[in-house]
Design a protein around this ligand. Sequence first.
Ligand code: ADP
Length: 366
Amino acid sequence: ASDLRKKGQHQAAAAVMNALDANGQGGGGGGGQGGEEGPLSARTLQMLGAENGELPPELQKCDPKLIEQVCNDVIDAGGAISWDDIAGLQTAKDLIREIVVWPMLNPTIFTGPRAPPKGLLLFGPPGTGKTLIGKAVASNISAAFFSISASSLTSKWIGEGEKMVRTLFAVAGVMQPSVIFIDEIDSLMSARKSDGEHEASRRLKTEMLVQMEGCDPSSTSRRVLLIGTTNRPEELDEAARRRMPKQLYIPLPCGEARRQMVLRQLGPGCSVEAQLSGEDLAKVVAKTDGYSGSDMRNLIQEACQGPVREAVVAAGGERVAQLRGEDLRPVRLRDFQAASKAQRASVTPAEIERYEQYNERHGAKY
Ligand code: ADP
């Protein structure tokens, strides 16, 4: 019953956010201006289930300006992501479902030796779907998704990083079930920085470790899962690694995953028409060996521009406003061939070798 209530609360919070955004009052910045009635906006109070204006005890000591920022800037209000939106990575998806999604859906049976890990570390090259996985976990358990990049704690919230971390985890606890997704966690938790690092960043790191320690995805009253990501797993501090005991390698997409990525954008029923035979598709797949998911996205976007450029040149640049969808020819193999000159693989084989070696030693086996 409590889950249903929470789910309802999140849905209500999303509805309020949408309604306020539609009136041009919500979103972005926050900055502590708040609603007319107090330091926190009506939207934030509703998200926290505190419409009567009385904050839950764990938030009463937090700076309202930071609470407002967490609710405006850190919670990701984007649409739900399903496992099917993520191409490939089948074994990683299966493992994540088993080790964190099931326990968060039903904490009562995942206790003792069945308890989920406190945190999950996703490592691998950039642009391979780590953020998508974090969002899919949150969507699956109807959890609030808090997303922050570790480097922003030192750059965006200069001097307030420590308080921000405390506020973030406190808000996540109140809005549980929650997923806290920390991108580039190595930039904060690097073992290398320990000599001569600033007092402020040392304190920030300590606060983060303390808060991570308090995460418990199987708690019945405060289900918070931490997901960290890194492109440099070998630089992570040992204490941080202990708090994210499951380390999962998220590799580059395999050929079949790359094929799916193309078909999802250009297959039957898609808004952009393409003419790609099975053989053409196989050539695109072969040509993109070593591409990341985001390289594939950029490549497809670039290929789709081919017919547009041609039509604009044929019509005369100034007539672009009169062009209609029907005036564009389908996307063909040659558009991909041209696009692959502009969009090459962004990850080098040497980097992949480095991830694979790390995975051999530390990665969760699945
Ligand atoms: P990461 O967090 O690993 O750096 P993201 O999850 O942010 O990467 O992916 C960036 C973009 O690349 C996504 O928004 C999506 O368009 C595309 N992408 C990456 N990996 C995949 C995948 N496995 N399936 C579908 N799209 C992907």
